[in-house]
Design a protein around this ligand. Structure first.
Ligand SMILES: C[S@@+](CC[C@H](N)C(=O)[O-])C[C@H]1O[C@@H](n2cnc3c(N)ncnc32)[C@H](O)[C@@H]1O
Length: 248
């Protein structure tokens, strides 16, 4: 498929600099420890620009990232303890196992077809030791239905760039999918040059029974389902839920 991050990867870290990545990494580490992770070897699905992987490496984990977008891999930060390669998380098989597999910031929601999402769950299980943990966050169907996706405009400015991003959702209710069409205008402040591009990100949302079925058929038991970062119980107010599964 086309790489929805091909043009935006250059601006990815600026677009998401409002995210508190340190707090996210502390949250992920606390969840892993709460569920007694057995070691420090992590496989990260959809590692992007390495924003979580690098901080986890600084905390003493050894993180290897699998990332489909060549542009994201090219823009990824590097640090000792964090490595990444370009490949598809649905099919890539490494000849080693890990203590946990992570898929952070909606990576599983990018798997919109049943075969793709089943392949990701099976591949996570394949790369885990028995008892290993699969931690990921996804869009949560009850919240998407209750809140309904809406048009959003995001404005950002750095020392050298000014960016406006318009996000226009199209809801596909029978497919549990929302196609988010982005129009991005990025201006280089030194030259005034403007780059404009468009991308569509198809995003799937999930219910808990659906996730439990996927988990069960891939050989996982669910340990946790809670609101990403807050830890609140999932509800119609919870756009992003975080799950921790354990390989049987
Ligand atoms: C929203 S980004 C999150 C990136 C990173 N985890 C973060 O938190 O910044 C989703 C990432 O998942 C990657 N991705 C989606 N489907 C993938 C697949 N099948 N194989 C590998 N990477 C995939 C995308 O290329 C993208 O970099």
């Amino acid at each position: 498929m086309n790489d929805p991050f091909e043009a935006s990867s250059r601006y990815y870290d600026l677009l998401y600099r409002d995210k508190n990545t340190s707090a996210e990494v502390a949250y992920v580490e606390a969840l892993l420890q709460r569920h007694r992770i057995a070691g420090r070897d992590l496989l990260e699905f959809g590692s992007g620009t390495g924003r979580h992987g690098c901080l986890l490496a600084q905390r003493g984990y050894r993180v290897h990232g699998l990332e489909r977008s060549a542009a994201m891999v090219a823009n990824a930060q590097r640090t000792p303890g964090f490595s990444c390669q370009q490949c598809d998380i649905n099919s890539t098989q490494l000849e080693r196992r890990f203590n946990a597999v992570l898929a952070l910031f909606h990576v599983v929601s990018y798997q919109t077809s049943n075969p793709d999402v089943q392949a990701v769950f099976a591949n996570a299980a394949r790369h885990l030791h028995p008892g290993g943990l699969f931690l990921f966050d996804v869009w949560y169907s009850p919240a998407v239905a209750a809140q309904r996706p809406e048009l959003r405009v995001k404005r950002l400015q750095s020392e050298d760039l000014s960016i406006i991003r318009i996000a226009e959702p199209t809801v596909h209710p029978n497919e549990n999918r929302v196609d988010v069409h982005y129009t991005v205008m990025a201006q280089e402040l030194s030259t005034g040059t403007i780059q404009t591009f468009e991308e569509t990100h198809p995003m799937r949302h999930f219910s808990l029974p659906e996730l439990d079925l996927l988990a069960e058929s891939a050989g996982f038991e669910r340990l946790t389902a809670e609101e990403w970062l807050s830890g609140a119980p999932p509800s119609q107010a919870t756009w992003g839920i975080c799950l921790v599964l354990q390989r049987r």
